[in-house]
Design a protein. Structure first.
Length: 157
């Protein structure tokens, strides 16, 4: 079975100029772990996930706290973030996204995909055609669903 057989083709993606408060709202509303960041040609330039919202500033800071307190809290040490490491509702995705985003080919076998999940410890991976054009997204949940969809043989009587 191939990645294209289990991936979600209806992908929510954002641009680098999207605000982090918009992304936080998307993650909470859609109950997803992350969204690919694409350019004008729908090519993947990064990914922003719940992990990008995690920080240790004055204690632990998580996405749900971010959504509630975005105006008061600080972001984690993010090398590209300026303004004294403070986050505001206007902070852009580009400032906290993972820029060297791994993506997989839709023709990849699911056994290989499983190894990518294991190796990198990701929960969500974008799927892109050659050249990096976004065409889907796949998650650990898709792998689990695939394994539960396989019918076990019926015992003989």
């Amino acid at each position: 079975m191939k990645v294209k057989d289990i991936m979600n083709k209806e992908v929510v993606a954002v641009s680098a100029d999207t605000t982090v408060s918009e992304v936080a709202g998307i993650l909470v509303e859609k109950k997803i772990h992350g969204v690919p960041v694409v350019d004008e040609e729908n090519k993947i330039i990064g990914i922003i996930t719940e992990t990008n919202f995690f920080a240790k500033v004055d204690g632990d800071f998580y996405l749900t706290q971010f959504v509630q307190n975005v105006k008061e809290n600080k972001l984690p040490d993010a090398e590209d973030l300026s303004k004294e490491n403070k986050i505001t509702p206007e902070t852009r995705v580009y400032d906290i996204m993972t820029k060297d985003c791994i993506y997989v080919d839709p023709e990849m076998e699911t056994d290989e995909l499983f190894e990518v999940f294991r190796k990198y410890g990701f929960h969500t991976i974008p799927v892109a055609t050659e050249g990096g054009k976004l065409c889907g997204i796949v998650s650990i949940a898709d792998i689990i669903k695939m394994s539960t969809d396989k019918k076990s043989p019926t015992p003989e009587k």
